[in-house]
Design a protein around this ligand. Sequence first.
Ligand code: SF4
Length: 324
Amino acid sequence: MALLEIRNLHLSIARGSELLPVVQGVSFAIEENETLGIVGESGCGKSLTALAIMGLLEGSAVRIAGGSVHFQGRNLLALSQEERRRVMGNQMAMIFQEPMTSLNPVYRVGDQIVEAILQHRSMSRRQAHDRAFELLELVCIPDPMRRIDSFPHQMSGGQRQRVMIAMALACDPKLLIADEPTTALDVTVQKDVLELMCSLQARTGMSIVLISHDLGVISETCDKVAVMYRGRIVEQASTTTLFSNMNHPYTLGLFGSIPATDHDVEWLDAIPGRVPTLDETVSGCAFHPRCFAAKESCRTVDPEAASLSPSHIVRCHFPQGSSS
Ligand code: SF4
């Protein structure tokens, strides 16, 4: 049984009297100790999918219109908020792109970690303080004895993201969802934070869902990849399979926009156009206005997801790869 299994998830957003689909039929599974990367441009539904898993859409304009989210075999969407909290308990945590918006600027980081620990564990404040110190050591904050009393603005962006990871680990989660955790960081710091997440996974056995717009980050970190475009998964495979045999023109476009490290290039290939807004109607394949491989049928017929192999799925009339 997978640790987390999303089946046919549909999300809609209310616009006046209309319900506009923002996530359509998303399905994937993640096993224990596995990392799944979800990649795509902004506005493709990656973060909304993550918020739906975490149960954080309550009070927003986004509605769950169908599907299921099974965690350790139980459908979280069929539970009340209270039951859901009990089932999930301490087992899922999420970190976001910009730690400054998640950390409270007027409290010392140590106190914020202590509060996170006390929410999940029954222990004295002294014990929680000791645990906060251990967590800062675990996420490799330099001089944790001093840093535990720092305010967020006294730390660098990379150190703040490490503090957020420490807070997420306060509950020993089985699943960590990281939504663009390194996008706001310098490239060198980005690498350190990703390596930290991988080493923590090796120590704790937690599973990770890593959301990114950067296929390069995903290739270095994940066991499998789901590529999302306009609310749908358009290609899904193990990382090895995907990078050896990309089939969807959108995946190829994302790959073409990664800067090469072994030779100079004057221009990076960019995917023309942009992701259509929710108000724009696109007939047939949603990617056809931007697709180099589009043919007449793409403009009228929406492609179904098809299996190229048991673990490689693509949603395209004219897959571009050789074979799986
Ligand atoms: Fe391109 Fe057609 Fe495939 Fe859509 S179905 S991605 S337009 S080739």
